[in-house]
Design a protein around this ligand. Structure first.
Ligand code: NAP
Length: 551
């Protein structure tokens, strides 16, 4: 094909355009980018993956903090697309730790020889839509520019860490890390005085994992979360063989539950049961591994204030039973939100950590942090000295990863500006004004509220089919229509309306304490559940993509 060849009667539309360097560029080599690359290579396309890290893994490459592990059952988290991978890979624990998950992803990448199609240490600064060429220009921090017909984002939903907006963060003389940037080299915690800020899912994992390894641990908590026991355990060879024999059943089960987990809500209705029956179910869930307590509960617990309040009391009593000092227990019981409306941190020895003499809980709701100092930090009440400070302060979820890249679409429209109030999209997969961009795991996508690989396999398969449709039909420009976007966002808002999480201050509504300016609550996820999302995607494809304009 000749670049800029003039159109002839027999030319295809693609042949009349300047040929970009690549048919497809994928940004990100995590769980999503790996699978997307695999699929596109099967189509024999010219694809490259640009990854900021020095290796594959995404979330599992970066989050090396002590205690980092799945809250999904390992065997429900692995990819389902390859029988060979399912046959060959054995999980050692029901909820595998970060090093094992990273090895798993490396195994998949090596197995399908994907690395030659990936470029590491590549930070994408800016992407610009070029209408004349119907292609994206991708500008990298190293000065290079690539061009591509289709651009696919696999940039993670929790990949833009937020440092605390507290004065003096630069002044601390000891070691300090955001959990996302935990160093690759081992950190010796023995006898160290450690302070940690943040008690979300990450902080809760860290605290449970290090309390018995450090000299002292001071936890700075503003708003407690409702945490539930993970009940992790090893998987023997025999058990792995048994799990392997049930993979079809496991994935079928994940496909029918709202969260894409093996846990789905019970059929019984909260208000039609006796209290004794409810208590019996809750005791059973509390003693069972994984997210059952959150996702295998009565539906009403997540939808109805009365049901939620009754379950809160059950959970509060569990905290009181596990934490010896009643005043500490009370501080650990959330008062500002009900169970499950924020992401439930799964814990191992978390509450017991507060029974140790070397662990102190500081309620910074009562005595706020004034500043970080050279030696540690100062609250309105006291000075603290530390050797290590850990920031488990969360993320600018989903849109944060997009905001770091300057996306410039049709007529110089900036994605950052389009999403300033609410991240508007269609099916979480595309955005009007940004042609040939597929936002895998974008805001309002079902995959961001689902056991991630289950959701992302769906999104990748759908996006791949859309690209195939374009190529097979000589379509060089695909763009979401504003009408489709509007309809979708209305539906997204309706789905939020059904769940109590609509009011929560959590990343589900785009909350993080550290934004420099106040942000309105946002619609970040698809709250309608995995089966409904799959149906929406299938309907769009089978109707010939009416929400898109093709040229
Ligand atoms: P997070 O849930 O947003 O929690 C951040 C914590 O830091 C909150 O307790 C927050 O308190 C506190 N914080 C933030 N800024 C602060 C400040 N300036 N001063 C004092 N406290 C501050 O973040 P995360 O724990 O990293 O979890 C994020 C998500 O990652 C989870 O919801 C989950 O989806 C995912 N994750 C998954 C796993 C897993 O699969 N096993 C593990 C960890 C995380 P306030 O709420 O009071 O602001």
């Amino acid at each position: 094909m000749v670049e800029n060849a003039p159109a002839t009667a027999s030319s295809t539309a693609a042949e009349t355009l300047a040929r970009p360097d690549h048919d497809v560029v994928i940004i990100g080599a995590g769980v999503c980018g790996i699978y997307q690359l695999y699929r596109l290579l099967q189509m024999d396309l010219n694809v490259t993956v640009l990854e900021a890290g020095e290796d594959v893994g995404g979330t599992w490459y970066w989050n090396r903090y002590p205690g980092a592990r799945f809250d999904s059952e390992s065997w429900s988290y692995g990819y389902s697309f390859s029988q060979e991978v399912l046959d060959e890979w054995s999980w050692s624990e029901h909820f595998a730790a970060q090093p094992e998950t990273l090895s798993y992803l490396q195994f998949v990448v090596d197995k399908f020889d994907l690395k030659p199609h990936m470029q590491f240490g590549c930070t994408v600064d800016r992407v610009v839509w070029n209408e004349g060429d119907r292609a994206w220009s991708i500008h990298l921090a190293d000065g290079r520019t690539l061009t591509t017909r289709f651009l696919l984002t696999a940039i993670g939903l929790l990949s833009a860490p937020m440092m605390p907006r507290i004065e003096g963060v630069e002044d601390f003389n000891g070691q300090a890390f955001h959990t996302y940037h935990w160093p690759k080299e081992p950190i010796d915690l023995t006898d160290k005085r450690v302070g940690i800020i943040g008690t979300g899912a990450t902080g809760v994992q860290v605290i449970g994992a290090i309390a018995d390894k450090v000299g002292s641990l001071t936890v700075f908590q503003r708003r407690p979360n409702w945490c539930a026991p993970l009940h992790n355990s090893k998987i023997s060879e025999e058990e792995m063989a048994e799990i392997r024999s049930r993979y079809d059943e496991i994935f079928a089960r994940c496909a029918e539950t709202p969260g894409g987990f093996v846990h789905g809500p019970v059929d019984e209705r909260f208000f039609e049961t006796e209290r004794a029956e409810r208590l019996a179910l809750w005791e059973e869930l509390y003693d069972s591994p994984g997210f059952g307590i959150w996702l295998g509960n009565y539906r009403e617990v997540l939808m109805d204030e009365t049901a939620n309040a009754e379950f809160n009391e059950f959970m509060a009593d569990k905290i009181r039973q596990r934490v010896k000092d009643p005043s500490v227990a009370e501080k650990l019981i959330p008062k500002d939100h009900g169970f499950g409306v924020q992401r439930v941190p799964m814990e191992t020895n978390y509450y017991e950590a507060y029974n140790r003499d070397n662990v102190e809980l500081v309620d910074i709701g009562e005595t706020p942090i004034e500043r970080i100092t050279a030696e540690g930090l100062r609250t309105t009440d006291r000075e603290f000295e530390f050797d290590i400070l850990i920031y488990a302060t969360g993320f600018d979820a989903i849109t944060g990863a997009f905001d770091r890249i300057d996306f410039v679409g049709v007529d110089d429209l900036k994605l950052r500006e389009k999403w300033d109030n609410d991240p508007i999209s269609y099916l979480g997969m595309g955005v009007s004004g940004f042609p040939n961009l597929i936002t895998l795991a974008g805001p309002t996508s079902g995959s961001v509220s689902t056991n991630f690989p289950r959701g992302i396999e769906l999104a990748v398969d759908w996006g791949t089919a859309l690209i195939r449709h374009a190529i097979d039909n000589d379509i060089t420009r695909i763009e979401v229509t504003p009408e489709a976007e509007e309809r979708w966002m209305e539906h997204v808002r309706d789905m939020y309306g059904m769940l109590l999480l609509r009011n929560a201050r959590s990343w589900f509504t785009g909350y993080n304490a550290n934004f420099t300016r106040e942000r309105r609550p946002r619609h970040m996820i698809y709250a309608g559940g995995n089966p409904r999302y799959r149906k929406k995607l299938a309907e769009e494809a089978s109707a010939g993509y009416p929400g898109f304009r093709f040229e």
